[in-house]
Design a binder for this molecule. Structure first.
Ligand code: F6R
Length: 365
């Protein structure tokens, strides 16, 4: 079943062009409008929603961070996000004017199920983004937006994450279309950007080997840091989780501007810092944070978009992703990060598909 791939994780990373195509299939019409009959919320119903909540665990939570950004920027509806194991213990402000979006690959995560039930108990409608039709979450939610990533075998989530990101982009555009917060031209150009993503991921995967050298250089390091601002920070969190769960190397993700508020003390000669710099408006700001780290001896790998060659002046190595709209950059930027964690654990000889202490589906609270 793994075909030519040594591990399911590598196979699933390489399936992403297909799983992205499947997740958008049938959901974009000839006029670049988003079609989601599974979410029959009318303009009036959406207008009544004062606030949305996104609730999930782990990688799905990281997808939610991008979802919050997309929904807020396209609809201007405030979106709160919470970790499912925290949500219901803090008496969340949820009512029938709240739409709660739960995200779960398996649809069986105990804390996420409990958050769903608590939200419904408080009168909210729950929309589930899930990869398993017929799962507990799919059955209990009021609306289901299915990701079409297919079965994910490797414990470390890859293709389900990018499918969740895409689902959020489609959802944000759909809400904006219904609420008319976006003009047709802007929506259409965003949708054109979405259509290019599978091919752009293919291009990234064709250069997968390039990331191997950086993986080699972090094998013997005690700690790795990921930094980024805005959406790049959301990707940094996911990149860091991916690395620690399969390589067992300690890593942290920081909002780049936070480094100097404490964590910079950890940076010493040779400390690997991976800087995500895809956010064009925040480019200069992140570069100045890279310089702070470099001045303390960090070895920096920058991830940016094609054309930003000036980054090469401030980093030791750089990895370029294809140009896309800012909102979609996480779908591309995460791919080299998935490969980095894969090749690092491969070189360390770890059990990549079944990392120690972890289970694919967490059915205990
Ligand atoms: C990490 C990973 C986990 C899951 C989390 C939620 O690679 O897979 O962090 O994302 O356990 O699982 P689901 O999405 O099934 O609710």
């Amino acid at each position: 079943q793994k075909g030519p791939y040594e591990h399911y994780m590598l196979k699933e990373i390489h399936e992403q062009p297909l799983t992205l195509r499947n997740t958008m299939a049938g959901r974009i019409d000839g006029g670049n409008r988003i079609v989601l009959p599974e979410i029959p919320l009318t303009e009036q119903e959406l207008q009544r929603i004062e606030k949305m909540y996104i609730v999930a665990c782990g990688t799905a939570y990281h997808a939610g961070l991008v979802g919050k950004f997309a929904i807020e920027s396209l609809t201007r509806i405030p979106v709160e996000i919470d970790i499912a194991s925290e949500f219901r213990y803090r008496d969340p402000i949820v009512s029938d004017n709240t739409l709660v979006i739960v995200v779960s690959q398996s649809g069986e995560t105990a804390d996420t199920i409990a958050a769903l039930q608590e939200s419904q108990r408080r009168g909210a409608k729950v929309l589930a983004v899930t990869n398993v039709a017929g799962s507990t979450i799919a059955r209990q939610a009021d609306y289901v937006l299915a990701t079409k990533a297919g079965p994910e075998i490797a414990v470390a989530s890859t293709k389900a994450y990018t499918a969740q990101l895409l689902a959020f982009e489609l959802l944000a555009l759909y809400f904006a279309q219904t609420l008319r917060t976006l003009d047709d031209e802007t929506r259409s150009s965003l949708v054109d950007g979405i259509k290019q993503l599978p091919h752009q991921v293919e291009k990234l995967l064709a250069n997968a080997d390039e990331i191997k050298w950086f993986a080699e250089s972090i094998l013997d390091r005690r700690s790795v840091f990921f930094i980024g601002r805005g959406l790049d920070y959301a990707v940094a969190l996911e990149a860091s989780l991916k690395l620690k769960e399969i390589s067992y190397i300690h890593s942290e993700a920081y909002a780049a501007g936070e480094l100097k508020h404490g964590s910079l003390a950890l940076v010493e000669e040779g400390t690997p810092v991976i800087a995500l710099v895809t956010h064009q408006q925040l480019f200069e700001k992140t570069v100045s944070n890279i310089k702070e780290a470099k001045a303390r001896g960090a070895r920096v790998m920058g991830v940016t978009v094609d054309g930003n060659v000036e980054l090469l002046d401030s980093v030791d190595e750089a990895c370029f992703i294809p140009r896309t709209h800012q909102l979609f950059a996480p779908i591309l930027a995460v791919v080299p990060m998935q490969l980095l964690s894969y090749y690092t654990s491969l070189a360390l000889g770890n059990d990549i598909d079944k990392p120690r202490n972890l289970a694919k589906s967490v059915t205990v609270e």
